[in-house]
Ligand binder design. Structure first.
Ligand SMILES: [Mn+2]
Length: 642
């Protein structure tokens, strides 16, 4: 394991805790230290802070909105089905609604309509609502053609998005607000807040509106902030700059949220009265919101976030909790199948071409052969006989797979050997006919994490195939896929995650050329997992005052990880602990001094115990944490690797 650190502090250097923190901030290239430590209130953020021309664009929006309001015409808030889109859609739809607009949210069906605008979705909306305006949330920047289509039908579209902009921007959009530093919900928050600020100054005598204005004031300070923070964290936006502002204030806002929907989600997740950090959002709140869009229709999650009825909120939150459990099971099974597929690739190599494994659905050999488009090659198909149908989910998990031909394997060049002795390609591409397309991103993410490879998971979706990709540090997967866009129907995403659609007949060429290209681009060095630390530091520099100063850098998450240290330390003692005897407790000290030893916890690593000896020097990467026991506070390290 390679350890990489940003700076080294040597034993003879006498640095104060404050100097150590300053060193971390400067090495992390935090330019505006003051704003970083005390982020400005997101209530003061404006669109124009992100681009000067947004002032004019926004005036244009207000003019249109006034006209629409006078005529009582319909506005559709057309949002994405993931947690970022749903939270952003909830903010914008509810703001317009409380301001007295005639408005409806529209969330496309993940499977039937797919991501973002579609001709089908636009036609749906037009025939059902006859809107005078569509506003996108969390998508649209890559939808030039569909936006032109809507314009031809006489419907203007305002785009609010944060995804990577393609070369061809939607020239027929009414206006575009594109802010890559935020998430869809972050952009929607600022956009909605500015609409509110403009409209509240237009006097109205209606007492209903006065009440609504008052709720909107509260919402932008608490509920909407918590929602925007949820979208930003769910979308893995780096927690720096304006995103940090929204998340820092949004996390605190959770304790003041009055919305029954959020309260019920927190209750379901066992988070009532608990402090909410990016961890709780990322692993407990957002997955619940996402689960419904993955397995059913995401509009239910939006309903939950906007309902005033405690009964309805209870029912929906419970439903989301159930779906999330189903989703977890489904991911677990599918990842297992994907791993097997990947580790079976050697078998595929030996068999010279396509391999397929499946454990749940019945697959016909014929499928592969047709799919592969080469009937002269015999397929190696492993089908276990477990045909148990899951009653609760209509989507069977399965893992039939085509792997590339021998020549493309040779071109792809297997780079690394897995612990099992199996070689893993530089770019992992796994294809199935039966994975649930709602979870392919989650499968890709688990495989990418485990094998440290950019990973593409492809599954059949109606008449074509859907792909989801996750990358490793330093490899822009969306850029990579865009360079192969002649094989794809559409593609969009970020440096670390992407989604695309592909026709069946393009699959083979796509796999071949993607691997050829990845093989050229990715070096062995890129594919070597590295453990990153902020500082190499003698362990006696770690103390309570340093810990306290480091808490000012919270919230930690993507783009602002918890500070991590690397030390070469002398092992004073080691013990196995925990009810199940699975954890390791280490006492370590600086080898060259008589400093007090520091306690370190290494979770789930009791199996390392036999390799440890007192007095030995160990290389250790860790973060520091406060241990509260019997009213006493002490410092302890949480080990990442030894
Ligand atoms: Mn998003």
């Amino acid at each position: 394991m390679k350890i990489k650190y940003l700076a080294e502090i040597r034993f003879e250097q006498k640095l104060s805790s404050q100097e150590i923190v300053d060193l971390i901030l400067s090495k992390r290239k935090i330019k505006d230290k003051k704003n970083f430590l005390n982020p400005p209130s997101p209530l003061n953020l404006k669109l124009v802070d992100f681009r000067k021309s947004y002032e004019k664009s926004f005036d244009k929006v207000i003019k249109l909105l006034k006209k629409i309001k006078e005529k009582q015409q319909m506005i559709i808030v057309y949002t994405d089905y993931d947690a970022d889109g749903i939270t952003g859609g909830a903010i914008l739809w509810e703001t317009l609604y409380l301001l007295g607009f005639k408005t409806m949210p529209y969330v496309p069906h993940r499977k039937n309509e797919g991501y973002g605008f579609s001709i089908q979705g636009i036609d749906n909306v037009i025939s059902k609502y006859h809107p005078a305006l569509i506003i996108s949330v969390d998508h649209g920047i890559s939808a030039a053609e569909k936006i032109s289509y809507a314009k031809k039908k006489g419907i203007p579209i305002i785009v609010t998005d944060h995804h990577l902009a393609p070369k061809k921007l939607p020239k027929d959009a009414f206006v575009i607000f594109h802010i890559p530093a935020l998430s869809g919900a972050g952009v929607a928050y600022i956009f909605a807040k500015e609409i509110f600020e403009r409209f509240k100054s237009l006097t109205s005598n209606s007492s209903l509106l006065t009440t609504n204005y008052l709720s909107l004031f509260t919402n932008f300070s608490y509920d909407y902030l918590a929602l925007a923070a949820t979208g930003i964290v769910a979308d893995l936006v780096p927690l720096i700059g304006p995103a940090r502002s929204i998340v820092k204030f949004g996390l605190d806002a959770f304790s003041n949220v009055s919305r029954v929907g959020i309260k019920q989600i927190l209750k379901q997740a066992g988070l009532e009265e608990k402090p909410i950090t990016p961890y709780e959002i990322g692993f407990m709140i957002a997955p619940r919101i996402n689960a419904v869009g993955r397995l059913e229709h995401a509009i239910d999650a939006l309903r939950l976030l906007c309902t005033n009825s405690p009964e309805k909120a209870f029912r929906l939150a419970e439903h989301l909790g159930d779906l999330n459990k189903n989703r977890q099971n489904l991911v677990e099974k599918s990842v297992k199948a994907a791993r097997e597929m990947l580790l079976n690739e050697k078998q595929a190599q030996q068999a010279n071409f396509y391999s397929a494994t499946c454990d749940e659905a019945l697959i016909k050999k014929q499928d592969y052969i047709t799919l592969a488009g080469n009937k002269n090659l015999a397929a190696s198909v492993n089908i276990s006989n477990n045909k148990t149908k899951r009653a609760d989910l209509q989507t069977p998990t399965c893992d039939d797979n085509i792997v590339q031909e021998k020549d493309s394997i040779a071109l792809g060049g297997f780079a690394k050997t897995h612990a099992s002795g199996i070689v893993i390609p530089k770019l992992v591409i796994l294809i199935s006919n039966h994975w649930n397309e709602g979870i392919i991103g989650l499968i890709a993410s688990k495989i990418a994490d485990e094998f440290y490879r950019p990973t593409i998971i492809i599954t059949k979706s109606n008449n074509h195939y859907k792909g989801s990709a996750r990358s490793i540090s330093g490899f822009d997967i969306t850029g990579f896929l865009r360079s192969l866009k002649k094989y794809l129907i559409d593609v969009g995403g970020h440096a670390q995650a992407a989604g695309f659609t592909i026709e069946e007949k393009q699959l083979k060429d796509f796999v071949k050329f993607a691997q050829k290209k990845a093989n050229k681009l990715l070096t062995e060095k890129d594919l070597e997992p590295i453990t990153k630390a902020d500082l190499k530091i003698p362990i006696n520099f770690i103390n309570l005052s340093l810990y306290k100063l480091l808490t000012l850098l919270e919230p930690f998450g993507i783009g602002n990880p918890r500070p991590t240290f690397y030390s070469e330390a002398e092992l004073v003692d080691a013990q196995i602990f925990g009810k199940t005897h699975t954890h390791l407790k280490l006492l370590v000290k600086n080898p060259d001094s008589k400093s007090t030893p520091l306690e370190m916890i290494y979770f789930n690593k009791a199996d390392l115990f036999p390799q440890l000896a007192r007095g030995q020097t160990i290389r250790i990467v860790y973060s520091i944490n406060l241990n509260r026991w019997n009213g006493k506070e002490s410092l302890r390290g949480i080990v990442r690797i030894v």
